[in-house]
Design a protein around this ligand. Sequence first.
Ligand SMILES: [Zn+2]
Length: 119
Amino acid sequence: MPRPRKCRKVCAMPRSNRFVPLYGGCSEEIVMTVDEYETIRLIDLAGYTQEECAAQMEVARTTVQGVYNEARHKVAEALVYGKMLTIAGGDYDLCEGSANPCGKKCHTFCCKKEQAKER
Ligand SMILES: [Zn+2]
């Protein structure tokens, strides 16, 4: 029997899951999974190390490293080529509204400073 894939803990869905260039975009679309998005949020925005990010998402650090690298590559492609970016799918368990949230403000995030104070 195949081993079930371990779900990655994600605090909340992104405020917007579709990003489209205003000018000069190309018609291709990139799909970033929700767990990939969460690594960008935790590492690039909230300042977590990969170890801290792995603990928060309840997966191994090597797993986070792979997910994060993939996420960064997708962001780069969207920025450089003007591709549309959609955030959808992936293996994850949502904190928000679950029976056992992680307790770190598991809600949809606001753009006002909140991120820095989260820890
Ligand atoms: Zn949470």
